[in-house]
Unconditional design. Structure first.
Length: 329
């Protein structure tokens, strides 16, 4: 090869080597799209739009939120499966997509979730609380378990959507605490809370924001939160884990990118997401929604998600098996 050819080859190699870092440094240079399974106006949607707004300000590029609700997150997965791998189309997944759909909708999921997407970072999690009607004679998880044990045929608990995070939290507490209680499906968080306010059902599992109408009116009494440790802004609220070890549960939102997006862009997205979530006013607005942030790298986020799968898949399989028996219908 002559000197000119060598020079051209070296220039080409240098250009290739520097392409990804330069692209990541300049990213984004055009609008970014978030696909979310959240319905417009609900808590995960509000959270996603808050993050989108702050990233718009940071990037000086518009972040557009596209809602694809329905079928327990399956519709959003189907939409996200076709996203381009350029870092400009991202997927804001929710807990149930990874903890429930692989079991209940395994024949309908268009992709292998673990291979099709790369975790970018944790947006936030909403720990699930257990609460009771104000007239239920139990002021702690231990007292509730004892009361359920003395109640003929056990007690009922309300939660949103069979297989949703609130329902699974109740099932986890029932299993690990050997609690004599059973699930009653509610069409929405508002419906389950209203059933408990009215005294039709004694127990409810739901996020703090969903429980707010009942707790603020005094018709529902919070007993505990399914967080790993007590919340900084609610230090007097015990964790379920203090009485029934291992009952830690939250609905969560994770930013994902299609597999194939360059690592440098994933790192840039993670850095900018964490910077936005660290803003004090953002954290305060999230707390009002019962949402708490975790400062996680992409690797730590992936590890968190794998741990969630290992925890919930056996629970979901048991619930699915029970649904197939005549007694469960």
């Amino acid at each position: 090869m002559n000197r000119l050819g060598c020079g051209l080859l070296l220039a080409g190699l240098l250009a290739t080597a520097s392409a990804t870092p330069v692209a990541a440094q300049d990213y984004p240079t055009k609008p970014v799209t978030f696909v979310t399974p959240a319905a417009a106006g609900n808590s995960p949607d509000v959270i996603t739009r808050l993050v989108a707004d702050r990233l718009t300000q940071l990037w000086k590029q518009q972040v557009v939120v596209i809602n694809r609700p329905g079928a327990g997150g399956l519709i959003a997965v189907q939409a996200a499966a076709n996203l381009p791998k350029d870092g400009y189309s991202l997927y804001m997944t929710q807990a149930s997509t990874y903890t429930v759909l692989p079991i209940t909708q395994q024949d309908k999921i268009p992709v292998d979730l673990q291979k099709a997407f790369i975790p970018v970072g944790m947006v936030g999690e909403q720990p699930i609380a257990v609460a009771v009607n104000k007239d239920v004679p139990a002021n702690s998880v231990a007292e509730l378990i004892a009361l359920a044990g003395k109640t003929p045929n056990g007690m009922l608990f309300a939660a949103t959507n069979r297989g949703g995070q609130s329902h699974l939290t109740g099932e986890l507490m029932r299993e690990r605490g050997k609690v004599n209680m059973s699930f009653v499906h509610s069409a929405s968080a508002a419906a389950s809370v209203n059933d408990v306010i009215a005294g039709r059902i004694p127990i409810v599992f739901e996020g703090l924001a969903g429980l707010a109408p009942g707790t603020q009116s005094g018709n529902i009494r919070l007993l505990a939160i399914a967080a790993e440790k007590r919340l900084a802004n609610l230090p007097n609220l015990p964790t379920i884990n203090e009485t029934v070890p291992g009952v830690v549960s939250s609905g969560w939102i994770v930013m994902m990118a299609p597999a194939g997006v360059p690592d440098a862009i994933i790192e840039k997205l993670n850095k900018d997401l964490r910077a936005v979530l660290a803003q004090p006013d953002v954290q305060e607005r999230l707390r009002v929604l019962g949402t708490y942030t975790r400062d996680l790298t992409p690797v730590q986020t992936a590890e968190f998600m794998r741990n969630e799968e290992r925890l919930w898949w056996p629970i979901v399989r048991r619930v699915e098996a029970e649904n197939q028996t005549p007694a469960a219908k």
